[in-house]
Write a protein of this length. Structure first.
Length: 283
């Protein structure tokens, strides 16, 4: 139960499959019709997103985020306002590492649309570190002609996993937020980057075609507007919820640890739905 709650908290604050998930599932495309490569993000956009993180108002938010150890402003804190202000003044947040695009499992890929990439650019993340060693991931999205910070989450998954993928041989890191899994797409295979991904596809990973079959099986009948959604089952289901006898591509047995679907598949972290995951602070 502890693991389920932990995954639910982390999944809830992610942006998940796009609005296209509301469409009916299409027949699965053939394995050869897509290389799975996602759309690249221009360096100029990454630079603009990074500049948005350096804005004085954002730096102030980050200082208070670190002073509060990630506790949201609408929740009680065990220190006084004066202590918070003093801690914020000492936080000295600084950017660390590269600003990177964050790719998320693509809805059209789940549906089996021919030529659909495995993942799409979802937002841009920058890692920020405080003087005391705390770290946070700052999420930015394009709004109009500029970039805006939309979320701050503790830790650095959104930049750490792409860095790990690059160090281990390259490829595109992407996430399947419903099961809190991070993968890298490399050489036509989907390889795990974290424990959840290893439980999902096995230590050796799976082919792109096998992964498409896997996510289609997981999510195609749980899209917004589906019977699953209409029945109010969007809160997820536990390990072992996949059909009996469905052991997964790597023989892992029980299926997905947790799935958030239906109406829960909104842009939760960015739309301000008030769901808690990791620790986050939105201005």
């Amino acid at each position: 139960m502890t693991e389920i709650r932990r995954n639910l908290r982390r999944v809830a604050a992610t942006t998940v499959l796009a609005a296209a998930l509301g469409l009916a599932a299409a027949p699965l495309a053939s394995a050869a019709d897509s290389a799975g490569a996602p759309q690249p993000v221009a360096q100029s956009d990454l630079a603009a997103a990074r500049s948005a993180v350096q804005a004085p108002a954002v730096q102030d938010q980050l200082s208070h985020f670190f002073a509060r150890k990630g506790v949201p402003p609408n929740q009680p804190l065990g220190i006084t306002a004066a202590d918070e202000a003093q801690a914020a003044a000492q936080a000295a947040p600084r950017l660390s590492g590269a600003t990177v695009p964050v790719y998320t499992l693509d809805a059209a890929f789940v549906q089996g649309t021919a030529g659909a990439p495995a993942a799409r650019p979802d937002f841009v993340a920058s890692k920020v570190v405080a003087r005391d060693g705390q770290s946070a991931s700052v999420w930015t999205v394009r709004q109009g002609s500029g970039w805006r910070v939309v979320n701050i989450a503790s830790g650095g998954d959104e930049t750490d996993y792409p860095a790990k993928a690059a160090a281990d041989g390259g490829g595109t890191a992407f996430r399947e937020p419903q099961v809190n899994a991070w993968y890298v797409l490399r050489g036509g295979r989907v390889l795990p980057l974290d424990d959840e991904a290893r439980r999902s596809v096995g230590a050796a990973g799976v082919s792109l075609a096998e992964y498409r079959t896997l996510v289609h099986r997981r999510y195609a009948d749980k899209l917004p507007g589906s019977a699953y959604d209409r029945a109010g089952e969007g809160g997820g289901y536990r390990l072992g919820a996949e059909p009996e006898g469905n052991t997964g591509p790597a023989g892992q047995g029980a299926g997905v640890p947790l799935l958030v679907a239906g109406s829960a598949l909104g842009v939760t972290a960015l739309a301000g739905a008030g769901l808690a995951a990791r620790r986050r602070f939105r201005g």
